[in-house]
Design a protein around this ligand. Structure first.
Ligand code: FNR
Length: 368
């Protein structure tokens, strides 16, 4: 039996309820990580290695959580990251996230592999609500070009090219549960027959081009005016290269631990990338985001103190959507807002731009 929504006091509570009530296939697909799930676990644990260094006697009567990401205003520095197959968890799919994001003035990244059509997700948007597009690059570039240019026409404010998935990782929980009950939710982009033995993830991803490389990046600049971000940067050298290639943003991410197991957590990479950018005076040339394992506002704060412009959150919203629908996602977002406002007061910051590296002790990180 499901506890009433008011008894979910934090993001992890939604996960516990989801595990109890979700269909095995959907739970398997959402919750799985690659191989031994070491990276997936460490994404959360890495935040425990950072301590705050709170400032006292700062006037924190009024706290302002608002910020901008890729030039768009938002109420709080997190966004709903792209996660495929929303209808596995909720019959209405990704539009549930769109509506909740509107309620809280939060940015949503639309996945290439959404269960709803792209148009349905854009049509569900209200007023000046901001959406970004995530792309898996197709072997047939004309298809990708069509998707990108259509997204720009429909008002998307950012293009996130996923660069950590030339092949999808091996997620055994997902493979074991197969996907007997997915049925028509899985639409293949290229019309090939679907090999179901490898789990949901592999079955839908064979159109992705593993030959994608740096030389393709200028092409994206030619086909769109949207700001361009690389999602899935995992080392300093590539972060610096991204600046050289003139992209607007990077997401330090290991895809929620679903790709290469024992790849490092985003927060670890961030602690290496920001000093390297500052050394070169490049810190204002590119916006840096992280995702993976963010479950508390303290996690968000740590990322911001270390120099991130914002963070992406994936599974918690999927779990909230799969259990309590739109009101669940709204509550999850509200909990984060309440936590962040309180944490800002307690650390001694009244606005996002007050946060800096002196407010964290990150000597415990392996990358320090
Ligand atoms: C993802 N992620 C993802 N990323 C992407 O670029 N395209 C995609 O289609 C998907 N699909 C997807 C499905 C599911 C079920 C999950 C859990 C994740 C990765 C996602 O954008 C993000 O990197 C992680 O989810 C962040 O980690 P947390 O917040 O889930 O711990």
């Amino acid at each position: 039996r499901m506890p009433p929504l008011e008894q979910c006091y934090n993001l992890t509570d939604f996960e516990s309820v989801a595990k109890m009530v979700m269909k095995k296939t959907a739970w398997g697909y959402y919750s799985s990580g690659a191989d031994d799930e070491i990276t997936m676990r460490e994404n959360k644990l890495a935040f425990h290695k950072i301590w705050f260094r709170p400032r006292i006697l700062v006037d924190v009567e009024n706290v302002d959580l608002s910020t901008t990401m890729l030039g768009s205003k938002c109420s709080i520095p997190f966004y709903v990251t792209a996660t495929a197959l929303g209808k596995l968890g909720n019959p209405e799919g990704e539009v549930v996230l769109t509506r909740a994001a509107h309620t809280h003035d939060v940015i949503q990244m639309i996945p290439t592999l959404a269960s709803c059509s792209f148009d349905e997700i854009v049509d569900a948007k209200k007023g000046g609500q901001v959406q970004w597009l995530q792309v898996y690059v197709n072997k047939n570039r004309e298809i990708t070009k069509g998707i990108v240019q259509n997204a720009e026409r429909r008002g998307c404010k950012g293009l996130f090219i996923t660069v950590d998935a030339p092949q999808l990782g091996r997620r055994e929980k997902d493979m074991r549960s197969k996907f007997d009950d997915v049925g028509s939710n899985v639409q293949r982009v290229d019309g090939d027959t679907v090999d179901r033995s490898q789990g949901v993830a592999r079955a839908i991803s064979s159109f992705i081009d593993p030959s994608l490389s740096w030389k393709d990046i200028p092409w994206f600049r030619k086909i769109t005016k949207m700001p361009i971000a690389l999602k899935g940067v995992q080392r300093v050298e590539d972060a610096l290269k991204a600046v050289e290639y003139g992209v607007d943003a990077i997401v330090l991410s290991n895809h929620g631990g679903r790709q290469l197991d024992t790849a490092p957590p985003g927060i670890e990479i961030l602690a290496e990338v920001m000093p390297a950018l500052r050394d070169r005076g490049w810190q204002d040339k590119i916006e840096v985001y992280i995702d993976g394992g963010i479950r508390r506002a303290t996690d968000i704060l740590k990322a911001l103190c270390l120099g991130a412009k914002g963070v992406g959150i994936g599974r918690p919203f999927l779990y909230a959507m799969s259990t309590y629908g739109q009101s669940g996602v709204e509550r999850a977002m509200q909990l984060l807002k309440d936590e962040l406002e309180m944490d800002m007061r307690l650390i001694g910051a009244s606005k996002i731009s007050d946060l800096d590296t002196t407010m964290v002790d990150y000597r415990g990180l392996s990358s320090h």
